[in-house]
Write a protein that binds this ligand. Structure first.
Ligand code: ADP
Ligand code: MG
Length: 629
């Protein structure tokens, strides 16, 4: 219709020709309101589940027919609605959850807008059956569009069952926007999973076209519930995240979650689920903090997998910012950012590093390999850094080490292992994990280093590795204060142009941490008085480096906080200081690089997340040469 009007040259939104302003009929008014709240069956399911949670349900059953379009029904065993309250429940702007404006500042319930039932009723055939807890009778109310039926006695257990049938039967334009039943059903199921994940103690059941699609028992803990939904097979690749902190005004923030190993990162953020006080939300702050925690572990274009549940006092978060309540506003955003960042980082750092299976397995592998009876699979578990792993190894202690070695002795039947019973003659764990006598390294095309390790052959990208090493060094170094710098006898003048010179002041705090001293020389010129020793030693051109920083000022400012900007700059410094592809390296430089490789944390990927080395295992080679299928 709108298109027709357009074709005739009329503009939609023009006042009616007679100029009379009329009040909208209640039905039209609530259909307009419904436009914000009820977009598709999944929004109906979400609102009805929210109501069941608010009613204190311990069981929630969701039934769908034809993707929720024909029927979406949510049944709970919650407090129920008294007969005389039923009519109010479907009235617009009517709620039992809020009274005063101050209540809006501390919302502890899922619902509060008092609009859901009214909105759903205006665009579907709604039927509510409810029996108040402790009451003998159940009652039913049916509403269809603007017509509210009688409240009649009914039979049924305590709790409430709300059915919405034929969604958008009276709003054909909106119905057209619905996707296939299958798609709508998937979205509904996702809503159920989201709610179930955040409310582990409540039993959830989902029935799709008469068949059970999900059946989660009540009384689960958050971990058990999250794994039931994400898939238990992921258990080994999810790290538990915890935090419990105070914000600037002494209010608490608690965080529990599961964060995937870097290998679970995906091209989209579909693997991320965030909740605040039991409410699924999308949130840029949390997402940014999460991404930041994985910096250097995954390619920046990929998104880590994580479930993060935050709990905070209702005053600390404004939930009244989005009609579908899928966004919130934190009173202290930077606090939330830092809690998430630190907690996820800590989880990644300590990944799998307790002296348990992983370390024992590595010791076993080494010990077996010492006597040539098996391939070595000795490497730090995914997500763990080599250095932390060695630490954990040391923590294994002599007793546990002896036990493992004895087991290997029995298993291999090798006579030499009898010595193990005399501790002084057994190989020390350190000896078992130290690399073999240095393997030869070959530089090819002045760009790659080729060498071997226990598992096969290693090809190293010299620039990527060096950059990684430099980045880690810089990061460790800057943690102890500003970088050392050396003053120039005569300042280096740089003609940057006015636009770039203007940015100098904003970057001043960052520059001073890096050990760069620079000032305005004229409208178009900047003078550099001191430059970081680290860069000077690596013969990085001060003028070009500063120009590049000024050019990227916008990007740095927008990168999400001082720490992020600092990291990005360190990245850039590492990149500039690192040997380039095409640089011929001396034997000494090569040996040094290989030594650093073993030292540096996370040396398996460069700061941009690209690999620093690739390995062809013996098995790979055998396949390539057709020795093995
Ligand atoms: P809101 O949840 O924002 O209050 P709704 O329109 O969703 O608004 O619901 C209106 C009122 O109906 C609620 O405040 C509540 O008192 C009652 N109600 C709705 N669903 C249920 C339910 N499943 N169990 C008990 N009471 C309910
Ligand atoms: Mg509600």
């Amino acid at each position: 219709m709108v298109e027709g009007a357009r074709a005739r040259g009329a503009r939609p939104g023009r006042a009616a020709p007679d100029g009379i302003i009329r009040e909208l009929s209640p039905l039209v008014a609530s259909q307009i309101a419904a436009g914000e709240v009820v977009e598709r069956p999944a929004s109906v399911v979400k609102e009805l589940i929210d109501n069941a949670i608010d009613a204190g349900a311990s069981r929630i059953r969701v039934e769908l027919e034809a993707g929720g379009v024909e029927l979406a029904r949510v049944t709970d065993d919650g407090a129920g609605i008294a007969a005389e309250q039923l009519a109010m429940a479907v009235a617009p702007h009517a709620t039992s959850k809020l009274r005063s404006p101050e209540d809006l500042e501390r919302i502890a319930t899922m619902g509060f807008r008092g609009e859901a039932l009214a909105s759903i009723a205006s665009v579907s055939r709604l039927s509510i059956r409810s029996r108040r807890r402790g009451s003998a009778e159940a009652w039913r109310l049916e509403v269809e569009g603007a017509t509210r039926g009688e409240i009649r006695p009914d039979a049924g257990p305590e709790g409430t069952s709300v059915s919405a049938r034929n969604l958008f039967f009276n709003a054909p334009a909106r119905r057209k926007f619905l996707r296939t039943a299958r798609t709508e059903q998937t979205r509904c199921a996702d809503v159920v999973r989201d709610a179930a994940l955040a409310h582990a103690s409540i039993a959830f059941e989902l029935v799709v076209d008469g068949r059970a699609a999900l059946d989660l028992p009540g009384g689960q803990g958050p971990r058990e519930r999250a794994l039931a939904i994400l898939g238990v097979e992921l258990e080994d690749r999810l790290l538990e995240v915890h935090a419990d902190e105070q914000d600037s005004s002494g209010r608490g923030v608690a965080l529990w979650g599961l964060a995937g190993l870097p290998e679970l990162a995906r091209p989209t953020n579909r693997g991320q689920r965030f909740y605040v006080n039991g409410r699924p939300i999308t949130d840029g702050t949390i997402q940014h903090a999460l991404q930041e925690a994985y910096r250097g572990l995954i390619d920046p274009s990929r998104r880590p997998t994580a479930v993060l549940l935050l709990e905070m006092t209702p005053e600390a978060v404004d939930v009244n910012v989005h009609p579908a309540k899928s966004e919130v506003r934190f009173r202290d955003r930077s606090m939330v950012h830092s809690v998430v960042l630190r907690a996820v980082r800590a989880a990644l750092r300590s990944a799998d590093l307790t002296p348990t299976h992983a370390v024992e397995a590595m010791l076993r592998d080494r010990a077996r390999a010492e006597f040539g009876s098996g391939a070595i699979e000795a490497r730090p578990p995914a997500g763990a850094s080599a250095r932390d792993f060695v630490e954990a190894f040391k923590a294994l202690g002599p007793d546990q080490t002896q036990r493992v070695l004895r087991e290997v002795a029995e298993e291999t039947g090798d006579a030499r292992w009898r010595e193990v019973d005399r501790p002084e003659s057994a190989p020390a764990p350190a000896a078992l994990i130290e690399p073999r006598p240095a393997a030869r390294v070959l530089q090819i095309h002045s760009s790659y280093l080729v060498t071997q390790d226990e598992r096969g052959m290693l090809i190293i990208d010299q620039h990527a590795l060096h950059e990684r090493v430099m980045f880690e060094k810089l990061r460790a170094r800057i943690g102890r204060g500003a970088l050392e710098s050396q003053p120039f006898l005569t300042p280096v003048a740089v003609r940057t142009g006015a636009a770039k010179a203007d940015r100098l002041e904003e970057l001043a705090p960052l520059l001073s941490r890096l050990g760069i001293e620079a000032g305005r020389l004229g409208p178009e010129d900047v003078a550099i008085h001191a430059f970081p020793t680290f860069l000077a030693e690596r013969r990085v051109d001060p003028a070009r480096f500063l120009e590049e920083l000024l050019e990227r000022a916008d990007e740095l400012q927008g990168s999400g906080g001082d720490e992020a900007a600092l990291h990005e700059t360190l990245d850039l410094m590492a990149c500039k200081a690192a040997v380039k592809a095409g640089d011929r390296l001396s034997d000494g430089e090569i040996a040094e690089l290989i030594r650093l490789r073993q030292q540096v944390e996370r040396s398996s990927s460069c700061p941009h997340g690209r690999p620093t080395s690739v390995r062809l295992t013996i098995a790979d080679l055998e396949k390539l040469f057709g020795r093995r299928g």
